[in-house]
Design a protein around this ligand. Sequence first.
Ligand code: C2E
Ligand code: MG
Ligand code: MG
Length: 594
Amino acid sequence: MSGTGQNERKPGVNAATASFTWLGVGEAPQILLMAALDDPETALLVFDAELILLGVTSQIPRLLELCTNEPLKPQSVHELFSISDLEEISLVRARNQLAQLGQRTQLDADVPASSILLYSKDQARCVRMRLRVIGDQWRLASFEAFPNRLPGNESGELPIRDKLTGLPSRVMFENALTEMLTRRPEVPCAVLRLSLDHLTPVNETLGHAAGNSVIRLAAERLQQAVRASDLVARLDGNEFAVLIHPAPTMTEPAKIATKILDFVHRTYLVEGQLINIGVSVGIARSSDDNRSVGLIRKANLARSQAKALGGAAFCFFDSGMEHRAQADRITELDLRAALPLNQLEVHYQPQVNFATSRLIGFEALVRWRHPQRGLISPGEFIPIAERIGAIVPIGEWVLNTACQEASQWPPDLTVAVNASPSQFDTGTFPGLVRQALSKTGLPGARLEIEVTEGILLRYGIANLEILDKLRSMNVRIAMDDFGTGYSSLSQIALVPFDKIKIDQSLAGIKGDDLKRRAIVRAVVSLGRSLGICVLAEGIETLGQLTRLQQDGCDLVQGYFVSKAVPASELNQIISQWNPEAKSAASNREPEIST
Ligand code: C2E
Ligand code: MG
Ligand code: MG
């Protein structure tokens, strides 16, 4: 269409590749000419605040595949788009962007270029559109063909767009990042890698269609959380990435990650069900690595770190993560073999009743006897086992071992077994508990399953059903680590717990912390009215013990009573605390004295 409009300007140096046609009244302002001729690979549309087309460069008809041979005239940009080859969803997105642009009045310098990818109807082509404001009068849309194949894979038919969410695919993301890093290395950018957590129970309990709906809704929220100039892509399954450009400081990615956490964590309503999921975010900046593959990998390491912190967090990459990742890989390999090589042990920590000074049972706590590193605490290896999926067989083994052991104890003693969220994810947990009980002959009422509040926060209803199944076997449920997370008193009232374990951070107070004591008392009083007993964890001193007893706690667990001990030492503990019980006799008859 070059040469068809009024006041055509021949661009000097780039005359062979592009020309600019001014459709507006009078001469084209110099600033627009300069913008138009700045980059011959970029096609431009110039329009005013009312979105009326004022100027075009010669590549526009080809890039947008306009279905007309008529010369372009001043018309609305929407009309122009409607005769293009762009698919409907892209048109909607383009219209939204244009609508936002119409509201802006700042000078060009103040406004970051917003950039979105537009796809042709057959999805075979992709064009990147950027919008900017020039002065109060003019708006500029620039278009450039966006590569849809990976370098070195030119003949491959790789998907440029994710079918489920409509977001750019992994290929597109990698292309965009590579291009950004090579074409504009001086502009710092950042990559966010995110994984949506806890989708498995949604898929398993509500079906894959519901899981897909959650992914789609989460993808929309991600787009709302980022700036127009950022690129959101779905990499795979529950994995997404965001390219933040520009990101001159850590502030921009941190702000966007915070917004993402906020948006994604809000409850979803799918098929009449309220669903909560989580998201872990890792951030790497182009100053960490200037190759796209390296940057994406580093963002992933940071994401793993965020997830290891319990999810619902974001982490920036730091070089220590590479070393930790290396060490973790070795631990992972060893851990996979730990169970078959019989390197795991269960130790038992006593729980004692304040009022009667009697032992009521033990908590089963797993340990890993590593041939080189010695006894490793679960705090160190459980998160790794969670990540590699080894927690499911390990948890099953602990459950069976603990039930077997408890079946040998006096019949009034209970055993508490910790359950990880991933064990709940599989949906098979109640079945495994039933099997463990029937295999060992332990009555359900002597088994207690400890869950953390995270389990309930995450899947709500689905996990409540699992808890109900456990209760139908008379198995008791304890809320572990109360006070470490978000659990609220209202949650305690809504979920059918038999026991609340107040975490050491709240119960093991050194000195007289009035606020924390007030919380403990509130929990105790709620527990009383709901018939839930309250245990104080991590009690190490007599002072702590006295305070907790005054505050009304029913049970105590902690080093003051005993550390977790191997099964071989249990008889001694049992006979110390419950001397009439049938076990090895002990000379000392301990008492909780305050
Ligand atoms: P938890 O379930 O809250 O267990 C209590 C932890 O506090 C235990 O740490 C215990 O040894 C420690 N502890 C008890 N009394 C005191 C005290 O007076 N002072 C101090 N400083 N610590 C005390 P441990 O055995 O290292 O276990 C850590 C966590 O690992 C457990 O916390 C639990 O969340 C997890 N865990 C342990 N065994 C298993 C298991 O079989 N499966 C799963 N999923 N998680 C487990
Ligand atoms: Mg526990
Ligand atoms: Mg605990």
